[in-house]
Design a protein around this ligand. Sequence first.
Ligand code: ZN
Length: 486
Amino acid sequence: MIRRRTPKPRSHERQLARKYSLRRRKNVGARLCLGTLFALALAAPSPAFAKTPQATEIQTYPERPTPSQSALPGSPPKQRPVPEAPKTEQYTLSQDRYEKAIAYSRAEYVLYFVSYILDVVVLILLLRLGIAARLRDFAESVRGNRWLQGFVFVPLLIGILDLCNLPVHLYGHSLSLRYEQSVQGWGSWFWDWSKSELLGIAFALVLVLILFAVMRWSPRRWWFFFWLAALPILLFVFFISPWFIDPLFNTFQPLDTKYPALADQMERVIQRTGLDIPKDRMFLMEASRKTNDLNAYVTGFGASKRVVVWDTTIQKLTTDETLFIFGHEAGHYVLAHVRNGFLFFSAMLLVALYLLYRGLHWALGCWSEPWRIYGPEDWASLAVLLLLLQVMVFFAMPIANGFSRAQEHAADIYGLEVIHGIVPNAAEVAAHSFQVLGEVGLADPNPPPLITFWLYSHPPLAERLVFAHTYDPWSKGEQPKYVKPR
Ligand SMILES: [Zn+2]
């Protein structure tokens, strides 16, 4: 994807993925499968490149007009003449946008940590107050069969956790409305939340039932066997999500139907990539019904593989700028980021499961009496697993995000190289598309380094813009990194 925050209600974990990141506070079902990590892993970029200039250097306040919003849906994007001057050398915002970007970003960072801490506190309280044990007792009293008890216990526990986190979600949406990022009404928002809850709980139920079955079958090796069992399921969900899950939250149509000229131009870029992405794999998502933000992403694999461009992107960017973004997305495919992301996630999942196994025994050794948990196979131990998982995901974030930033940076390079020669003045086009992306999405002009390290799945926008503007192996007689000249 082209940017780090995706308000896309992609819920379910992002879907496994990806698509997502800082802005997405996930529900528990989603987290359960470490979807967060997978998402981050797939989303992908490089802390190694040019450090961000200090804010004072970045922030001049030229009165750059806000991005054109005049393109009508249905009309082809305008071909903006390549500006001679001013060149987009740095990410700059008007005074008003600058203040909003800072306030909005900081509020979201705080909200992110509050959401995390809240989850941990709620889980600790559920255990210490014996509520998890009481839920277990209740499940056991309702159903005789152990596996049917899971159908009572798992949705109850996860439902309680997500309800406790709901106020944070509500506040997050009110923030995005206040800062004009979202245009989604409360009814529609709540309907999305409900759908993602149901999906998350159903998904969690399947995984938890398998987990507890494997725990009974192999008390000492369950972490490994569960890993073997979970991978094909996660892969399957990721595979079918473009067909069955994404359409629950957004409307998609073939890009070709509404923007045939743009689809033709994209084919020129595709020819250069050597990829096989026919026009019927290019989709337009009607994001404008819910958000002002811009985005594009790749998802699926094999038969479900596709490129999705939000209609907001096409409305607010020129054709050339959209082609750069498309080139970036194509880069994710050419550079095998979906596959690499899955492998990376799989490795992290295995480590996480082993740590969960050790951690569960340690925690039950210390607190099984006060928590009234009989042993690892007790349904109530799910609350302990979730608590441990929560802590692990927090510390795994910088690793997953570092991996993601490296991928995003590579996709930026690819996008620049693949449109070179197709689009005049590709560096300026790319830089200006970042400028628009930042202005519209209120990207933080200078995120604190620790925040970038911990939470950013993409390099800070100002860095990406400067990189795009200065990347020029051609004039130096060097070979481009990925797209060799024909
Ligand atoms: Zn990307």
